[in-house]
Ligand binder design. Sequence first.
Ligand SMILES: Cc1cc2nc3c(=O)[nH]c(=O)nc-3n(C[C@H](O)[C@H](O)[C@H](O)COP(=O)(O)OP(=O)(O)OC[C@H]3O[C@@H](n4cnc5c(N)ncnc54)[C@H](O)[C@@H]3O)c2cc1C
Length: 490
Amino acid sequence: MIGGGLAGLAAGVALADSGWRVRLFEQRPFLGGRATSYVLPDGEHVDNCQHVTLGCCTNLEDFYRRVGSAGKIKFFDRLSFLDPQGRRGEMKAGTLFAPFHFTGSFASFAPLTLRDKLSIARAMLNIIRHAGNPPDLREDISMIEWLHRRGQTQRAIDRFWRVILVSALDEELGRTDARFGVDVFWKAFLSSSTGYRMGVPSVPLSNLYDGCKAEIERRGGEVVLRTPVRGLKLESGQLAGVRFDDNREESADAYIFAIPHTALAELLPESLKQSDTSLAHLDKIKTSPITGVHLWFDRLVMDEPFVTLLDTTTQWIFNKTLLYQDADEPSQAVLPSLPAQAGEVRSPSSASRGQYLQLVISASYDLLEKPRQEIIDLCLAEVRHALPKARDAQLLKATVIKEAAATFSPEPGVDRWRPAQATQISGLYLAGDWTQTGWPATMEGAVRSGYLAAEALLRASGTPRAILQPDLPPGGFIQMCVGNSRPARG
Ligand SMILES: Cc1cc2nc3c(=O)[nH]c(=O)nc-3n(C[C@H](O)[C@H](O)[C@H](O)COP(=O)(O)OP(=O)(O)OC[C@H]3O[C@@H](n4cnc5c(N)ncnc54)[C@H](O)[C@@H]3O)c2cc1C
């Protein structure tokens, strides 16, 4: 296993559970890849960025259960939205069956007018009528084109569709394949009344992977950190091993590369790309950025666990102090320490009795070139506008973490460049959120890819086993209309 992000960990744990001796090599000093946490020089333990899951992420839930971390995720059934005028909206399932469970909260959603809501309702009915698969999704159109075809008002686009989809897919609507956008609403908001429930870790992200090493080692395997794979060894055109620093080599019965597609494109020899043309187009998969802004105040400034801001650069505010409450902080001695890209820290002291907020800005192209202090000033002004208690509070310190290649960009047609987990090359398998999973770049997509890679390997070795978990079953009226099955997408 090359790569200790969620894809590699999911494949490793599933294969260990199937009796394989797994050796996992990770280049960094800690596990978790793009969904991890580390200690800054001042001793503060931060996530590289807030990560959330949803009720419809059935494979991620299965993975957390396997590694003993399910209890470290808190689920919330109320999503809160706040506009600059102080009007609030909520999404919360009421007593009606799916797909009408949001009718009550949507009717009283103050940041939208009746006209906006009627246009949104029409588009939702179109998704429902086609069981999440409207025919024009096959045309590789962008989400914005799909919305324009359905006569959405500008406010409905800005304050509803864009808010939910840019956070979920990390891309602007004009660069998002409508298939991914519609799928978010079908899976999370329409087909069942629990798919939208938001799961937020109550511990720093790296704590979620504590059980992985033990699972792999229990079956005789090992997890080796600080060990980047530098190259592939070929013999008679076949994959015969991997190369590390100092020309050290290791060989195995099978190899799963669970590294980002950009890293794989650099490692793969040209001859392998020619043997399997699905490996020749990895450079066509683009990436998009996410920026996290961490603010420490000298007092409590926010009461709720999280809120979504409308019409601002800041998209989400997470109340980390509240979310971590009741959770046991791990001892600092076992925490992974800072990688190079963490942002600046302005004061070494920790806000022990104050409050720690984490802001998230997805598809943050405009922030990539901005100086960190400018980003802090901009976000701080927005936080103070949204949260009255923050106006008198002192900001003790702040950090900006820019992830320039946070996810693959879900551009129209991107699926044709995403390779399957089983390749044409004997013994070579792939995993990663960017492989062919049907899902966008998410933790769920990464775990699915790992499970699919493990299934492919087990099939090829003559011991097939089903690992992938089914989607949430459709609920309420949806179940009556479409049953438990839904047309598959290719
Ligand atoms: C800022 C940010 C916010 C996000 N928010 C969310 C969210 O809220 N919800 C959600 O579901 N998803 C979110 N995501 C996406 C999610 O983090 C990713 O989809 C997922 O973690 C990808 O996992 P992966 O295993 O496919 O890849 P990675 O996590 O990138 O793992 C690849 C691993 O391979 C290692 N590696 C690379 N090259 C080598 C080599 N040569 N040798 C050995 N090891 C190597 C890397 O160090 C890394 O550990 C977010 C991502 C970012 C960056």
